[in-house]
Design a binder for this molecule. Structure first.
Ligand code: HEC
Length: 127
């Protein structure tokens, strides 16, 4: 029997080192505390853009302005952030294609749309 004990102990060690999810959470909180508020906002905004807007805007589908195209965004941002956020929430027919209300995700809040627009227009920059 003595020989079996270490073999049984291994899987137990393995399980116990994987289970405590709370430790992982607190590690993440610790890491994000080191981030500045601006860094976190940039990351969040980028994530919203990636999940809900990139499908059209990354490729410029149907004339959707691409992030990083500053000449294009300079023109589009001329009426101001509030105006362009409102347009993104309401949706509109453009010259080349249609921007659906909230990019087709009606569950997005105004704040989330504003963040995505801030990211894609280059208003928010990585630190
Ligand atoms: C189904 C494709 C599609 C998705 C998804 C999409 N867009 Fe668009 N969007 C467009 C197109 C096409 C245009 C360009 C219309 C035009 O001006 O000709 C556009 C234009 C815009 C503009 C420019 C508005 C202006 O006044 O010039 C903004 C800002 C914008 N989208 C924000 C967003 C945001 C934020 C999301 C995600 C929440 C999103 N879009 C998701 C297709 C999309």
């Amino acid at each position: 029997m003595k020989h079996f004990t270490p073999i049984l102990a291994f899987p137990l060690l393995f399980i116990s080192s994987c289970t405590p999810e709370k430790n992982i959470d607190s590690e993440e909180t610790g890491a994000s505390k080191k981030e500045t508020l601006a860094e976190r906002k940039y990351a969040e905004s980028k994530a919203i853009y990636g999940s809900f807007c990139a499908s059209c805007h990354d490729s410029g589908l149907a004339g959707a302005p691409k992030p990083g195209d500053s000449a294009e965004w300079d023109k589009r941002m001329a009426p101001g952030l509030d105006a362009i956020v409102k347009k993104s929430i309401d949706g509109y027919d453009g010259k080349k294609g249609t921007m659906p209300p909230k990019g087709g995700n009606e569950n997005l809040t105004e704040k989330e749309v504003r963040e995505a627009v801030s990211y894609m227009s280059g208003l928010l920059k990585p630190e």
